[in-house]
Design a protein around this ligand. Sequence first.
Ligand code: MSK
Length: 681
Amino acid sequence: MADADDLAKKSIDQAAQHMLHITEQKGVETIWDRYEAQTPVCKFGKMGICCRICDIGPCRVSPFEKGAKKGACGADAAVIASRHLARQVAAGSSAHSDHGRDICHALLLTAQGKAEGYEIKDTQKLRRIAEEWNIDVDGRSDTEIAVDVARAAMNMWNQDSQPLYMYTRTPEATRQRWEQLGIVPRGIDREIVQTLHSTHEGVDSDYRNILLTAFRTSLADGWVGSMIGTDLSDVLFGSPKPIRSKANMGVMKDDHVNVLVHGHEPTLSEMVVAASRDPEIVALAEKRGAKGIIVGGICCTANEILMRQGAPVVGNFMHQELAVATGACDLMLVDVQCMMPSLSDVIEHFHTKLVTTSAKAKMRGATHIQFSEERGYSIAKEILTLAIENYANRGETDIPQVTEDLVAGFTAENISQNLGGTYRPSYRPLNNGIIEGRLRGIAAVIGCNTPQKTQDKSHWEMVTEFLKNDVLVVQTGCSAHASAKRGLLRPEAAAKYAGQGIQEICRAVGIPPILHLGSCVDNSRILVALCEMVNEGGIGKELCELPIAGAAPEAMCEKAIAIGFYCVASGAYVNYAPAMRVSGSPDVVKFLTEDVVELTGGQFDFEEDPVQAARNMIDHIDRKRKALGLGPTKYPVPYEGQQDVSARSSGSSRAYEPAAVGTGTKQVCPGSPGATPAIEE
Ligand code: MSK
């Protein structure tokens, strides 16, 4: 049996450790077991120099003195590694963007009165987007406007010119940089198709050009497909507001029907949450002996219903099998992305019903109930009825009694309300915090879990390193769950983990030291927030000048690669670990970690150690501060790095100068006037 040390190597999460003990006892295989069976992994594959593009090979090129230096067609290590990486970017972009397209479809059907149970919840945001896209709003109904917005959004998949957001949101200087490089995206589908074509056998054999093609495709993901997914989800389901909830497997209850929603898109999960409160469904659950229904989430579906409904988070990527193994999951509903095929095997040990809902993603052993917006609410009730009827079939259960409180629900719009107040929402306090050195900068920590690393450990070590050094953290995806499960998304966490500067700000406005911004597509919220910081003025005129950095310290999927690419293309310093599979080509590694700085202003870092990676990011933030003429942090911090601490005692940190405000490039980012977001229960 695994001892405590073995379990601690697998996960730092107590609930996961408990469940790993149970799965071992019950002979349930998990991702940790299967990963171990795969080791040692193929070194050629890991280094990205095994080529499977055509059917002549597979060809492997050698990074060592001996061995083939080229594949049969003549492709060298750089071509092989860059082609595979570009295809991963295209796959990742396709996933986020297909999600965005589905949201457009749902909005269109809702506006046409064809979607059952749906309504347009944020009409203010709908009208702001319409105005941003030059769609007439005067004297028109919300549904008329929504039809035009949905159709304009759908056009962005196929158009031949620059999508609208490029003009309305991206800082002028950043867009000009992209134009010079030829990486301004056109239609999303077009960019993805072009990447697949360029990397087909015998097309592009210039690794730099292949990587620039990948950067352009990723920009279509982050600045178009994902951004539309986020914006139109807010329109349809309501923009999030700060909200309290709980995280970890202990949110499931023995005396309740437990329904876990897993995957990414909010269209059905929103209906399931709504239907779980339907008196008819509640009465049925009670009739079958349950005290109620818990709808909890796994992966990014969890984030979607957490941000808007306060639904509890059951866990992140590596929790999905373990949650079923509690024996208390009556039904797991999946849509698309991040569902392990092994769920089909795990459910064989338990009573759990696995329900697939998308024609894009079916699973062996699952019941398929095809989702359609036209019957959204009825389908949600049908699925909940299935879960309730399955409650009686439960055997022995073992729910780890581990939960943490959290506050989520932050957006690019309500951050400005939190900081600037009800009547004057503004990024000025945030920019001033940076200028005065209370905040050293901002780090976005995002992404997944991987069995290559101890679950959640790198997220934890990285974010706590940032907090104590006065770097404010924003998070999305499974990374946010890692922090939630350790109590870092509570306002009280600032006093325990953050430096004096962050503590002052968190105390003043009552926010946690880590702001949870939502799901993977919601990384677009981070881009919008950065645009707002540039627009606010005083800390740079383009995104690459900002004292910010990003990281995916436990990355595992193509979507994370696409996100990393659009962040670097946008000018960010990005730590990505475990490293992308390119180490077999020193040229590709050099391009991604060094040469690209001259082009986009951003760069990758593949440092594996999370604390060292955080310090590399802090060093980058300090270089940006210096370039902006900003002094060191206002207060001493454990990692001073290259800061000129003598400037601290002389008080020479640049104070906010009103003259610096207003870059003359202010664009129409959708601010959100309205009520200051009180934290909801
Ligand atoms: S769900 S993409 S494991 S963050 Fe977005 Fe989590 Fe990564 Fe899936």
